[in-house]
Design a protein around this ligand. Structure first.
Ligand code: SAH
Ligand code: SF4
Ligand code: F3S
Length: 495
């Protein structure tokens, strides 16, 4: 974990101007600065008492959105004085949860069960839960009933309030067993200017929008993340510029459907226009984005991708199903033919683009014919990689009410067949890249062999090659010598 916050100096100036002997200000983010400053005093006292800093452990489930949210949480905790640790017996333990599929929920309950014993041994431990699962009332009810050791629960709309909630716990009711629960139903204002702590010094995710308006019939995200809200382009550009000053060379623009970015702003702007402005930031070398809904991928965007020097040659374009009949039931607003036509256009504009996707198997009513349609798209598009999911019934979504839920054995068979084929194609495709020279952004020392470093190409292929840690964060040219399935072994071309 990187220790420095990108605009730390400015944040410190803000904090210096706050008087904690007065009542907290009502305005955000000043209100949160007030609680951060108050908690600092608490952290310092504890440090003296324990002879060590306070430790925090954050576990993140789910997508890139949650990963980015956890960086914000880490930033707030770090400003208070917590040091991050891998140990789950930390003083502050937080699970940032996901509820997109049932098994994401089960993992969290499993962890909470294990923590019961740990907390008995360390009663001062504070356990907090946040993220998408907490937006579901049934989940919060279950935790209230069965996991009494949890101290704080908050949701996706008020993550910025972490310091305030933690202050309520440690100052107002340190001994109380009553849970602090603060989950908001509706989306809130976007609070800018809070600290965050990036996982990597040289690359970062950045939210360009929050929420989703698409209501795909199987998906719970719109219910737990609220309606779509775009950030102001100037806020995004300022944040990226600051990141670049601080050493970032690659950004990943994040949204559930980046292609509809900016439509609801007072002064509307398209995603393609935003990309063009991001492209102009000096010092920024690479741009990625996620996720693109096929229904909103415009010709304007394809053209920008075709001529951009910085946008990586990679596009994640979730298919979900190859059957136009199922796509209609899924509320996806495109047909198999529309999708294939889009792929053709993109490949024409960016011939060496790497395409990846998400596919759901076993959506209610999926017949053998529907599944064959999915297989046929996989054969035609030949994805560089694909995330395949077994349909998971999410209470509250329209698909959960649909009849004809597909029997488990049938789904499993289809899933195995799809996965095998997806992997075969991916292996064939990577095989073809062997021998080429590619620019690699070096990310870390290899876990398996410290004489190697690993990095990613523009197409997002993983490469291991001999090199020293000084290369981390640098772009270097590497010959991809051999494909090992999920990664390449390469050799750096020295200038
Ligand atoms: N906004 C993104 C992704 C959101 S969730 C998009 O539209 O592509 C990531 C993936 O989880 C989805 O693409 C979908 O393939 C999968 N998913 C969502 N709900 C699911 C469910 N109920 N069962 C199985 N997979 C699901
Ligand atoms: Fe879910 Fe569809 Fe929104 Fe993606 S676009 S988050 S799949 S509702
Ligand atoms: Fe999961 Fe929430 Fe992301 S449900 S996939 S963490 S938006």
């Amino acid at each position: 974990m990187r220790r420095e916050v990108m605009n730390r100096k400015e944040l410190e100036e803000q904090l210096a101007g706050i008087d904690i002997t007065l009542p907290p200000p009502a305005k955000e983010p000043q209100r949160q600065y007030y609680f951060i400053k108050k908690l600092r005093g608490f952290a310092e006292e504890k440090k003296k008492e324990l002879g060590r800093p306070l430790y925090a452990n954050i576990t993140t489930f789910g997508c890139q959105m949650n990963a980015r949210d956890s960086e914000k949480i880490a930033g707030i905790l770090q400003m208070i004085g917590y040091q991050e640790t891998d140990a789950e017996e930390a003083d502050f333990v937080l699970y940032n949860t996901c509820t997109v599929r049932e098994n994401a929920n089960l993992k969290v309950y499993g962890r909470l069960g294990q923590l019961k014993r740990v907390k008995k041994e360390n009663p001062h431990m504070v356990i907090a839960l946040c993220g998408c699962m907490m937006q579901e009332k049934t989940v919060v009810d279950k935790i209230k009933k069965s996991y009494r050791n949890v101290d704080i629960i908050f949701g996706t709309h008020n993550l910025f309030k972490l310091a305030e909630l933690l202050a309520a716990k440690v100052f107002d009711r340190p001994e109380s067993k009553k849970m602090i629960i603060d989950v908001w139903d509706g989306e809130a204002e976007i609070v800018e200017e809070l600290p965050n702590e990036r996982k990597y010094a040289f690359k970062s995710g950045i939210n360009i929008m929050f929420g989703c308006n698409n209501f795909c019939s199987y998906c719970i995200v719109p219910y737990v993340r609220g309606r779509e809200r775009s950030r102001e382009p100037e806020d995004i550009l300022t944040e990226i510029r600051r990141m670049v000053q601080d050493g970032v060379v690659e950004v990943m623009l994040l949204g559930q459907n980046v292609n509809s970015y900016g439509k609801n702003l007072k002064e509307p702007i398209s995603f393609a226009q935003l990309l063009e402005r991001v492209e102009q930031i000096d010092g920024l070398k690479r741009i990625r984005f996620m996720t693109s809904h096929p229904k909103d991928l415009s010709d304007e965007l394809i053209a920008v991708m075709g001529r951009s020097e910085k946008i990586c040659k990679q596009l994640h374009l979730p298919l979900q199903s190859g059957s136009s009949r199922l796509l209609r039931l899924m509320n996806r607003h495109y047909t198999k033919e529309d999708y294939l036509c889009l792929v053709e256009k993109i490949r024409k504009a960016v011939p060496d683009i790497s395409l990846t996707t998400d596919i759901i198997v076993g959506f209610p009513g999926e017949t053998d014919e529907d599944f064959e349609e999915t297989m046929s798209v996989v054969e035609q598009v030949r994805y560089d990689s694909a995330f395949t999911f077994i349909y998971s019934r999410r209470t509250g979504t329209p698909a959960a009410q649909m009849e004809n839920q597909v029997p488990e054995e049938i789904v499993k068979k289809r899933f195995d067949r799809l996965l095998e084929r997806v992997q075969e194609i991916a292996a064939e495709k990577t095989q073809k890249e062997a021998g080429t020279v590619q620019e690699v952004l070096v990310e870390e020392v290899s876990e398996k062999d410290p004489s190697l470093v690993t990095g990613r190409t523009s197409q997002n292929y993983l490469v291991h090659f001999p090199g020293s840690p000084e290369l981390i964060g640098k772009l270097v040219n590497v010959t991809l010598q051999e494909s090992k399935g999920f990664y390449f072994v390469g050799e750096q071309i020295k200038a």
